[in-house]
Design a protein around this ligand. Structure first.
Ligand SMILES: [Zn+2]
Length: 575
């Protein structure tokens, strides 16, 4: 299985360009939007969009009539072997046709007087709209050049697989050209609106916004000045391809998911071509096939700490007659019955527990009784909050392999940190790691001392970077693609938190863990402070091990600081 990199542009997608025209209005940054005409069966019918449209074969003829980047430079910016300039020309042409704004200059790059050409331009606009002329012909006739210096590449979107008409669209920003007024063409553009991003997003407006438009507006919302939004696009170095995917809601309706939505990667794995959009909701007890080898059944225990519930995974060789169960979950009769039903006529031969927290291992005994399976896992440590009834038949060594068939092997990866006895299981043939609670989707895991160990956790995270991985199958949440990127982000997140602990210790002086929580977890709601305090203690213990924090009688301090609490008058500077 190959790494799920962003899709290449499919050959059936039509190339398109859109222009985000920016100006400073009375209420800050304003954008030019238009409402598309009504068209039966077209998802863009009546949608409020940015000016734009598909590339025209004749756009290439205008290459000789531009001031700004040549095709090589434009293509490099857009990440294309060639033809990048066509997108910029199309963006300028569409803006002229649809809203009557023309980004043009004289052949030497100086400003061109468009007012004296107003009548001619109006007739050229009509001819272009009717396909009776080209931009090259217009530029030649009116002695004009398209001023592409004014455009900044902004973003790249591809319509989801499975929709009838796909568009591969490049977005550009531009500052509204001075002295020109936008006017609707009353064909494609029924109505023009200058709007702030926030007003466009206001549900009270009732505008129909496509996911791409909504996301673009959300990203422009923080800007108050047109120049700032334009400059930000110009300074960008990376332009990830954004391709939404289509899943299904519980009532069968299609629903769009964006790359940062949790179900997005899994939808792409189980339905890469958009032929049969899967249910994009995690429903307890429902068996979900994730590959010929893997079926997921989620326990009915959703909550703050368990997300949508604990995932149990049945893993088996495609041609085999047995299953290995990763994480039996809580001891819940309905969950056990759902797992046994999903296993069908194939016997469960092994039950593997990633660790012995009460939402992961207590179901092992009943499943083993029902199926005769052997129970594998590391014994519970003698701390509270553990499943002390967990009685494994075998304690797997780090690196030990369990062969399920000629093409299905699970390898034990010891990953202490969240729990001292935590074991992940690597399905080698799919480069997929069952992560238990070592990595969850959508949140950081709790590291709760004394069994939870932040230093060990970070080492266990780093160790995953040495494994060849394409997927995480977490104990809570959906499948996660690009696992190494997530690991790096998690490590960076913990390091940033650690830096805040060091800073808070220096700023507050000697104090108890609880006194540090509001400063270190100022991004966390106060009702989660008791849980945060446990992770904070884990950070402090790891810092103490590294000599970066000191503690006596429950009072923590910077290693160089005096042990006695300071008065508020002589607090050292936070730096
Ligand atoms: Zn856990």
């Amino acid at each position: 299985m190959t790494t799920p990199e962003p899709h290449r542009t499919p050959t059936d997608a039509r190339k398109a360009a859109s222009l985000i025209v920016l100006r400073d209005g009375a209420h800050g940054l304003e954008l030019l939007m238009l409402q598309r005409a009504e068209r039966a069966g077209d998802m863009r019918s009546r949608a409020v969009v940015f000016p734009g449209g598909v590339l025209d074969a004749a756009d290439r003829h205008a290459h000789h009539f531009v001031v700004g980047p040549d095709d090589a430079a434009a293509s490099a910016r857009l990440g294309l072997p060639e033809g990048g300039l066509d997108y910029l020309v199309a963006a300028v042409r569409e803006a002229f046709e649809e809203v009557g704004l023309l980004l043009a200059c004289a052949s030497d790059g100086s400003a061109a007087d468009l007012r004296e050409r107003a009548t001619a331009l109006a007739s050229w606009r009509l001819r272009l709209q009717q396909g009776q002329g080209t931009m090259a012909e217009m530029c030649s006739a009116l002695d004009l050049r398209l001023d592409l210096r004014a455009l900044h590449y902004h973003s790249h979107w591809l319509t989801p697989p499975g929709v009838a008409q796909r568009f591969d669209t490049r977005f550009f920003t531009v500052l509204a050209p001075a002295g020109q007024e936008a006017v609707a063409d009353l064909g494609e553009a029924q109505e023009l609106m200058w709007t702030t991003p926030a007003a466009a997003l206001d549900p009270a407006r009732g505008w129909k916004l496509l996911p791409v438009t909504r996301t673009t507006l959300q990203r422009l919302t923080p800007f108050t000045r047109a120049a700032d939004a334009h400059a930000e696009a110009g300074a960008r170095r990376e332009f990830p391809l954004n391709m939404p995917r289509i899943g299904r809601t519980g009532d069968g309706k299609p629903k769009i998911f964006l790359p940062w939505d949790y179900p997005w990667a899994e939808i792409g794995r189980v339905d890469p071509d958009g032929r049969d959009p899967p249910l994009a909701e995690i429903v307890a007890g429902r068996a979900v096939r994730l590959s010929p080898r893997i079926v997921r059944v989620t326990a009915p225990n959703p909550g703050v700490m368990t997300g949508p519930g604990t995932n149990a995974y049945l893993v088996g060789d495609a041609g085999g007659d047995g299953w290995v169960l990763v994480d039996p979950g809580p001891d819940d009769a309905s969950h056990r019955d759902a797992i046994l039903a999903a296993a069908g006529t194939r016997a469960i031969t092994h039950v593997l527990a990633t660790h012995t927290h009460p939402d992961h291992s207590p179901g092992a005994a009943a499943i083993a009784r029902a199926s005769g399976a052997a129970v594998w896992g590391l014994r519970a440590p003698p701390h509270p909050g553990q499943d002390h009834g967990f009685a494994p038949d075998h304690e797997p060594a780090d690196g030990e392999c369990l062969v399920l068939g000629p093409a299905t092997t699970l390898r034990a990866i010891h990953t202490p940190g969240h729990a001292s006895n935590h074991v992940c299981w690597l399905l080698q043939e799919e480069r997929l790691l069952f992560t238990g609670d070592h990595v969850m989707q959508g949140s950081t895991v709790v590291i709760n001392p004394p069994d939870g160990d932040m230093g060990a956790y970070l080492r266990s995270l780093q160790a995953l970077l040495a494994l060849e991985l394409d997927w995480f199958a977490p104990g809570h949440g959906w499948l996660v693609a690009q696992p190494h990127a997530l690991v790096r982000a998690l490590v960076a997140h913990r390091r940033a938190r650690e830096a805040k602990v060091v800073e808070a210790l220096a700023a507050l002086g000697p104090c108890a863990v609880e006194a540090l929580v509001p400063s270190v977890y100022d991004d966390v709601p106060a009702d989660r402070f008791p849980i945060a305090a446990r992770s904070l203690l884990a950070h402090l213990l790891a810092l103490r091990d590294d000599g970066a924090a000191a503690e006596s009688h429950g009072v923590w301090r910077s290693p160089g600081a005096a042990a006695a609490p300071r008065t508020s008058g002589d607090r050292p500077d936070a730096r």
